[in-house]
Design a protein around this ligand. Structure first.
Ligand SMILES: NC(=O)c1ccc[n+]([C@@H]2O[C@H](COP(=O)([O-])OP(=O)(O)OC[C@H]3O[C@@H](n4cnc5c(N)ncnc54)[C@H](OP(=O)(O)O)[C@@H]3O)[C@@H](O)[C@H]2O)c1
Length: 251
């Protein structure tokens, strides 16, 4: 196992959507390399258990119930990180959902939730962390997009739109934050085994995507390694975009 802690150890990393899947895997992986992790999600019992596990292993972690559709809660998460640990080095805007369905099914509540979490949640994370990073003259935003932010397919129009928005917002942010020495990374995963397909509310679509994930998805460590790679670069190196897929995944 690669446990190189270079430029990761001691960093304060705030992670939204840390209660399962990619966020949970990143929290474990980074804390094993000495990062201090601040965990946000709605399922507070899960992030509290993860924080207890990390501290039990000698790491440092804090968990705070956070719904990213509420800007004040995202601000409270980032404020808690700075209050407890003195700074915020990385904001990992990871919380998301993927309730695929064809547009003609008019799943308006799903569209609203997807936009609220996947786009507004990322913006709220930027709003909360940016002033601290400007004051520090340093920091790192990592925003989670998707292969679906590069490609659109049937039943995925709204999800792809939100993940394209994440890339556009991240690139705009990248250009704006040069004066403050802030890094920005977009990570676009392909199929990774997480609870994400469970956010699909149409049974037939869920079945099809569930089968695809069962056949192709790779473990969440792949994401954690990509995050660690971006963070661990020397401060004058900005890894702007990482796209990865299961080797077998064609789409
Ligand atoms: N897995 C993949 O194949 C894949 C591929 C490309 C991109 N992604 C992206 O990766 C990110 C993480 O997803 P995942 O695959 O790890 O899926 P997951 O296992 O379902 O995790 C999603 C996370 O987002 C959190 N979340 C959802 N709504 C939230 C809200 N309103 N407020 C705060 N947190 C919320 C969930 O926590 P609570 O429910 O506890 O709040 C959970 O921790 C998403 O942005 C997803 O679009 C995943």
């Amino acid at each position: 196992m690669n446990t190189d802690t270079t430029n990761i150890a001691g960093k304060v990393v705030v992670i939204t959507g840390a209660s399962s899947g990619l966020g949970e895997a990143a929290a474990r992986y980074l804390s094993e390399r000495g990062a201090i992790v601040v965990l946000g999600a709605r399922r507070v019992e899960r992030i509290e258990a993860l924080a207890a596990e990390i501290t039990g292993n000698g790491g440092q972690a804090l968990a705070l119930a956070t719904d990213v559709t509420d800007a004040a809660q995202v601000q409270a998460l980032v404020d808690a990180a700075v209050e407890r640990f003195g700074r915020i080095d990385v904001m990992l805007n990871n919380a998301g959902l993927m309730p695929h369905s064809p547009l003609e099914r008019r799943k308006i509540a799903d569209w609203d939730r997807t936009i609220d979490v996947n786009i507004k949640g990322v913006l709220y994370g930027i709003a909360a962390a940016l002033p601290y990073m400007q004051k520090q003259s340093g920091g790192h935003f990592i925003n989670v997009s998707s292969v679906a932010g590069h490609k659109v397919g049937p039943a995925g129009a709204v999800y792809s739109a939100t993940k394209t928005a994440v890339r556009v917002i991240s690139e705009g942010l990248r250009q704006e934050v040069k004066p403050w020495n802030i890094r920005t990374t977009i990570i676009s995963p392909g199929a990774v085994a997480t609870e994400l397909p469970q956010s699909i509310t149409e049974p037939d679509v869920a079945q099809g995507i569930g089968q695809f994930y069962e056949e192709y998805a790779i473990p969440a460590d792949a994401f954690a390694r990509a995050v660690a790679f971006a963070i661990s670069q020397p401060e004058d190196v900005d890894i702007d975009e990482i796209l990865f897929r299961p080797t077998r995944q064609e789409l």
